[in-house]
Design a protein around this ligand. Structure first.
Ligand code: ZN
Length: 409
């Protein structure tokens, strides 16, 4: 839906306003004439709506002026949204820790905080996360009245329509009504959006990394963490940042006789290349006395961190080298399959493994060798710097995108 024609005037007006605001948000700086042209609406309609939005404090005229219109010779002012007009809370609850941030309309972070979880229990994690949000708002001297919407993300299969987490097998969380439980705990009555944490990161990239993505019509976001996911995103003026595919790439079978996965199958991508799988394999190697360099880097009996594993790999630990090499190789083949199947214009790669330049090189080398020659070969591979808060910020992006989409409903 882009704009609505018909007799129901208030509805038409609201739908037009929503399309116009979305256009300003995603294409700023932009002139009124450009918006009219792109939406197929008349200039007076745009002018009236923009005036209302300026009066409301949602949209502003920028000081810089666009060069004169060639035909009329008139100069037209460039428009943008007012970043301070709205505020959002974004939260990521991973079960091991939680992060929260408050952003403005453009996703600029006004404040952020994190807390570690001492327990895997769902209720415990939710209590702890909601406390984190309350404390963060108090620190920023904000109340829930100052917040326009809240985005909440977590790993697992999420039903975004109902806000219910369907399953997160590794934590034994099934059918958890996140939307209801968060609303009750925070007593927050404005929109709450619940999303999978890889999809939230993809939404964040779509909204906040416009320059880097150079307005690509489609991109995929490969998120490699304790699990692996790869949502596919469609960017058009009417459905910016909409998730059109969020298949379970983590459970794509890469080695049918490979190690067992948390899903019960064997040789899933996640069972070889996720940080959980890599850490488990390194612990096996440590137990067998096969990883001397890693042993010297981490305390006995404790699971090594990915940073230590990368350090041991770089220092030439033979066992760690083989484990990481297999993980990266398998991811490279998976990327080739993703590209062959979906042909995204860009593929963002977000995983701690790829802080190592050698791993980046190996990954792209394997991927390029396995991408079918008849596939459109212009996918742009972009490595994302891992950031503790990218999930929380992505959750805020989900809330912003939802707000831009529903004005008309
Ligand atoms: Zn699996």
């Amino acid at each position: 839906m882009q704009f609505v024609k018909g007799n129901n005037l208030p509805r038409v007006r609201a739908a037009n306003q929503s399309s116009i605001l979305r256009m300003v948000y995603h294409c700023a700086p932009i002139t009124r004439a450009d918006i009219a042209k792109r939406l197929g609406l008349t200039l007076p309609t745009i002018t009236t709506n923009i005036s209302a939005m300026i009066a409301e404090g949602l949209v502003q005229e920028l000081d810089q002026q666009e060069s004169a219109d060639q035909r009329s010779g008139r100069k037209s002012r460039l428009l943008d949204i007012v970043p301070q007009a709205r505020r959002y809370v974004g939260v990521e609850m991973r079960g091991t820790d939680s992060t929260a941030c408050v952003t403005d309309f453009r996703g600029r972070v006004l404040g952020q905080a994190e807390a570690a979880a001492a327990d895997r229990d769902y209720e415990y994690n939710l209590d702890m996360t909601c406390r984190l949000v309350r404390d963060l708002l108090a620190e920023l001297k904000l109340g829930f009245d100052d917040i326009d919407a809240l985005g909440f993300c977590l790993p697992g299969l999420v039903d975004t329509e109902t806000g219910i987490l369907r399953v997160r097998p590794s934590f034994n969380w099934f059918d958890k009504n996140i939307l209801r439980d968060v609303r009750r705990r925070l007593d927050f009555h404005k929109p709450i959006c619940v999303e999978n944490n890889a999809c939230a990161r993809a939404c964040g990239a779509s909204l906040f990394q416009r320059e880097q993505l150079n307005d690509v019509p489609t991109f995929a976001y490969l998120f490699i963490h304790t699990g692996i996911a790869c949502p596919l995103i469609l960017n058009t003026s009417s459905s910016y940042g909409s998730i059109v595919g969020a298949g379970e790439v983590g459970h794509m079978v890469m080695e049918s006789n490979g190690p067992q996965c948390t899903c019960g199958n064997h040789g899933c991508l996640e069972a070889i290349s996720s940080s959980r799988a890599i850490i488990a394999r390194c612990m096996d190697a440590l137990a067998k006395g096969e990883a001397p360099i890693l042993r010297s880097l981490c305390a006995k009996g404790e699971a090594p961190a990915m940073a230590q594993i990368l350090q041991a790999q770089e220092a030439g630990d033979p066992a760690v080298y083989l484990i990481v090499e297999r993980a990266v190789y398998t991811l490279g083949v998976a990327i080739a399959n993703i590209v062959n199947f979906t042909c995204p214009h860009a593929l963002l790669i977000d995983g701690e493994l790829f802080q190592s330049p050698a791993n980046r090189r190996q990954l792209l080398d394997v991927a390029r060798r396995n991408i079918c020659k008849v596939t459109r070969g212009d996918t742009n591979f972009i490595f994302v710097e891992p950031d503790r808060y990218s999930g929380a910020r992505g959750a805020a992006a989900v809330a912003i995108a939802h707000g831009l989409q529903v004005c008309a409903e």
